[in-house]
Every structure is written in structure tokens, then in C-alpha cells.
Ligand binder design. Structure first.
Ligand code: NAI
Ligand code: CS2
Length: 447
């Protein structure tokens, strides 16, 4: 039997009654696993804390209706398992399918906030009417025509300066009258989001069914840790996310850099160097955990500023503990995907800063060499630049590094000209190919 409004009372007798009418003050683009375990939970908790039920979520996926097929038969209810705790979430009230009128939802006066988790690659080649950003602009155009009031649009993707990045992509598509309306009525606050949410597996669904006594195809599994830091720049009203633990700040940048570099940079190093199937297995290897500590301490921490008295050492210890969580079967292959869209902000920007300060970012360079080995040898590459990344695995380190450093979308025009960086990456790739990581880590301090 499926989880639904009719069966909810069986599993959560004290569940908050589901409001009628099921107002949706938030539209979300990219209703994947992370949104369901992060923003939708904050919204659920905010509505529970305040009784303000205006903030139901209307979700839309990409062209496919995959998530709609999962959630609509369940009245959009689903369970979130964090550790051993399970909560049924009711903040998602509608999931649109292709053909539904997303434009009308975006233009509705009741809609005050739009959030997005469309993946890093969702911000590339954005102009088509069927892209997420193209559909967002169509909604803004209808909203302006109806003069439907202010709107706050929040990217919740792992991108540096995600608010300004999204604003630039949107305004680039706006004709002058619309541009003027957007500038006067829409804000694009930055946000830093953090909660490890692996893709749900069949075993997760079976486990959730054992816990709920009902089949829940929308279930997500995550960790107890969650963090949301949002720039306090709202055009109009918003859910009381701060009542659910979100931080509203003037400057997100210090939090963003700390997270995108220490957590996500380490994740990418794990993806391309560890050889493990799951993150927890990778950090269970003492030598590799030592490499991660070196990466964090030597190459990434010196690039973090503006954190005041924040306990960075404690944060890094907590990251390794989160990574080690055996309850999170976080597949390294999921993290390895879309590396061309992730490496720049996670590892290459800090590498630039270390090089400019006269240091050799060898820990980062080894992770970049690992990525080069990965994209050159992977049988199937899940990356929007796959065609340009794959190459001859027998081409030798020097030629491979030369070829990949020339891809400006990843390395810009500067890193290929940086002799120190090029030599570090070439040396790393040569050693990885000849000796493997274990041997390298034995002598890494002697490099
Ligand atoms: P997912 O695969 O479950 O969902 C991705 C969503 O994005 C789907 O709705 C899909 O239709 C949509 N999408 C994919 N490619 C798109 C494109 N080119 N244009 C428009 N929409 C597109 O992935 P998940 O776990 O929800 O993660 C999504 C994003 O959330 C990540 O890429 C990252 O930016 C952010 N995030 C994820 C975390 C996690 O641990 N899963 C944690 C922190 C942030
Ligand atoms: C991961 C992130 O898949 C990846 O690239 O590094 O989704 C990571 O799980 C989240 O950013 C954690 O907050």
C-alpha cells in the first residue's frame, strides 16, 4: 500500500493536518532528491513552527516527469530518513508534468519565492524556451504583464555566487521593458546549501517501507546535518526559514567558499583518487584520510577568509566524520559526474589563489591529475563536455595534460600557461599511472 493522504494517519498519527486549500507560495525548479531533503524540509518546519500555511511548494522537473510519477500518486507526500529518524514531508503540494502551466504558477500573485536545484550543468546553454532558465524568464514575463508583485528567486545549486550567476543569466534573456520590471521587482539572493543526499536506491525504498509500513517511492535518505545560509535580500514575503534553522546573512561568500572548497573539493578528490565505491569507504582508509587532511589544511584552508572566530578545525573534523557515515551509501560515481562543471569552483579557483600567493598546490594538483585520469579512462563519462574530455588513455601524461588544460571552459586561459601548475599535474598524472595512489601517498611528503 502506498503512502498517501488517506494512509498518512497510519504512520504518523500526530502528523500536522494537511491544510486546505493547499496554497503554494513557492515554486521549485528541479524537484530532485536534494530539494526534497533540504529546502522542502526547511519549509515544512517553518510552516509547522508558525502555522503559516501559505508556503506549499509547486515543483517542476526537467522535461521528464520522473519525480511527478513518483509523488503524484502519493499526494506529493514522501519520507525523509536522516539517521534513524523518519519524517513525512507535506510541504510539496503539487508536482507539474510537461504540459502543465509552469508560466501561470510563476505569474500567480500567491507565488512569492522561486527556488532552484537544477544541477551545475543547468546553468549552461540556458536560452532555449525549454531550459529551466528559459522557462523561468517566460514566467517572469507573464508576471510582469500581470503586474503580479515582487518575487525572490534563489539558486540552491553548488555554484560560486549562485545568486549573481542566476541573475546574469536571467537578465541576459530579458528584453528592455521586462528587464526594467525585473530590476524593480525581483531579487536573486545568494545561498549556501549543505546536506549530503545520495541518490535513493531500491534498498532505501525497501528500508523506508519497513519503517513506514507503506511503499514510498519519493523517499530520500540523508544525514542529520543540514545547513542553509541565505543572503537576506528578499523582494517580498518568504517562508519563516529562519525559524527552521536557516541563517539569513548579509554576506554568504565566506560560508560558500568554506563549503564549496572544503566539503565539495574533498568530495571531488575522493571521486577521482580514492578508487572506493562509497565515500565512507574512501575515508576509512587512513592513508587517504591523511591526504584529505593535507588537501584541506595545506591547499584549501589558506584560501578561506572572513570566517572570524569560526572553528574551522572543528568544521573539518566534522566533515571527515560526515564522510565516514556508514549509513550514507553515497556513491563516489554520483560525485564524479559533471566534473567539468564542478572542478572550477571546488579546486581550480583555490589553486589559482595558492599559485598567486607563491605556493605549490600539490594536493589539489594530484586531485586534478586524478580527474584527468578519470575522464581519459572512464568507459562512460557523465559530463556535458564528455565529447571533449575523452581521449587516448595511452597518450602519456604530458600530452593528456596539454590537451585537457587547453579546455578553457574548465581551466580558463590562465592555468594552461602556469608552468608550476602544469608540472604538478603532469607529475601527478605520471605517478598515478605508473605507481598508483598508495605508492604516491607513502612518499607524498617527500614531493
Ligand atoms: P537529482 O538528480 O535528484 O535532481 C536534479 C534535478 O535537476 C532534477 O529535477 C532534474 O530534472 C533537474 N535537472 C538536471 N539537469 C538539468 C538541466 N540541465 N536543466 C534543468 N534541470 C535539470 O539531484 P539532486 O541530488 O537533487 O542534486 C541537484 C543539485 O542540488 C546538485 O547538482 C547540487 O547543485 C545541489 N546539491 C545537491 C546536494 C546533494 O547532496 N545531493 C547537496 C547540496 C547541493
Ligand atoms: C556532491 C554534492 O555530488 C556532488 O558533487 O559533492 O552533491 C554534496 O553531496 C553536497 O554539496 C553536500 O552538501
Amino acid at each position: 500500500m502506498r503512502l498517501s493522504r488517506a494512509t498518512l494517519s497510519r504512520v504518523a498519527p500526530d502528523a500536522r493536518p494537511l491544510a486546505e486549500p493547499r496554497a503554494t507560495g513557492v515554486v521549485h525548479l528541479g524537484i530532485g532528491a536534494f530539494h526534497r531533503a533540504h529546502q522542502a524540509v526547511y519549509t515544512e518546519l517553518a510552516m509547522a513552527a508558525t502555522g503559516d500555511d501559505r508556503w506549499g511548494i509547486c515543483g517542476a522537473g526537467q522535461r521528464s516527469s520522473a519525480v511527478a510519477d513518483l509523488l503524484r500518486p502519493q499526494d506529493c507526500l514522501y519520507g525523509v530518513r536522516a539517521g534513524d529518524g523518519v519524517r513525512v514531508i507535506g510541504s510539496v503540494r503539487e508536482v507539474l508534468v510537461p504540459g502543465d502551466d509552469l508560466t501561470a504558477r510563476l505569474a500567480a500573485p500567491q507565488t512569492a519565492v522561486v527556488t532552484l536545484t537544477i544541477t551545475e550543468k543547468g546553468y549552461r546553454s540556458v536560452s532555449g524556451p525549454s531550459t529551466a532558465i528559459g522557462r523561468l524568464v517566460a514566467g517572469l514575463r507573464a508576471r510582469a504583464a500581470a503586474d503580479a508583485g515582487p518575487l525572490t528567486v534563489i539558486s540552491c545549486d553548488n555554484l560560486p555566487g549562485n545568486g549573481a550567476t542566476l541573475a546574469a543569466l536571467v537578465t541576459e534573456l530579458c528584453e528592455p521593458p521586462l528587464l526594467k520590471w525585473v530590476e524593480q521587482n525581483v531579487t536573486f539572493p545568494a545561498s549556501m546549501v549543505d546536506r549530503i543526499v545520495p541518490a535513493t536506491t531500491p534498498a532505501d525504498l525497501d528500508d523506508m517501507e519497513a519503517r513506514l509500513g507503506l511503499r514510498d517511492l519519493g523517499a530520500v535518505v540523508t544525514e542529520p546535518f543540514t545547513q542553509w545560509v541565505i543572503e537576506d535580500d528578499f523582494a517580498g514575503d518568504r517562508p519563516a526559514w529562519d525559524r527552521a534553522g536557516a541563517l539569513l546573512v548579509g554576506d554568504v561568500l565566506p560560508y560558500e567558499r568554506m563549503k564549496l572548497r572544503l566539503l565539495n573539493g574533498s568530495h571531488s578528490a575522493i571521486a577521482y583518487l580514492s578508487g572506493a565505491e562509497h565515500v565512507s569507504e574512501a575515508v576509512g582508509d587512513a592513508a587517504f584520510a591523511g591526504y584529505l587532511r593535507g588537501l584541506m589544511d595545506e591547499d584549501l584552508t589558506p584560501t578561506l577568509h572572513g570566517l572570524g572566530t569560526f572553528d574551522l578545525a572543528g568544521y573539518k573534523r566534522s566533515l571527515l566524520a560526515r564522510f565516514a557515515n556508514p549509513g550514507l551509501r553515497h556513491r563516489v560515481a554520483q560525485i564524479a559526474a559533471d566534473g567539468s562543471q564542478k572542478l572550477p569552483q571546488r579546486l581550480l579557483d583555490p589553486a589559482r589563489e595558492r599559485l598567486a600567493a607563491g605556493h605549490e598546490p600539490r594536493w589539489i594538483a594530484l586531485a586534478v591529475a586524478g580527474w584527468m585520469r578519470y575522464v581519459t579512462t572512464a568507459s562512460e563519462l557523465d559530463d556535458p563536455l564528455a565529447d571533449r574530455l575523452t581521449g587516448d588513455p595511452d597518450a602519456g601524461a604530458e600530452a593528456t595534460v596539454e590537451r585537457l588544460l587547453a579546455i578553457e571552459e574548465v581551466f580558463g586561459a590562465d592555468l594552461r600557461e602556469d608552468r608550476v601548475f602544469r608540472e604538478l599535474v603532469t607529475d601527478g598524472l605520471r605517478r598515478l599511472t605508473a605507481d598508483g595512489l598508495t605508492s604516491i601517498l607513502r612518499t607524498f611528503d617527500a614531493w
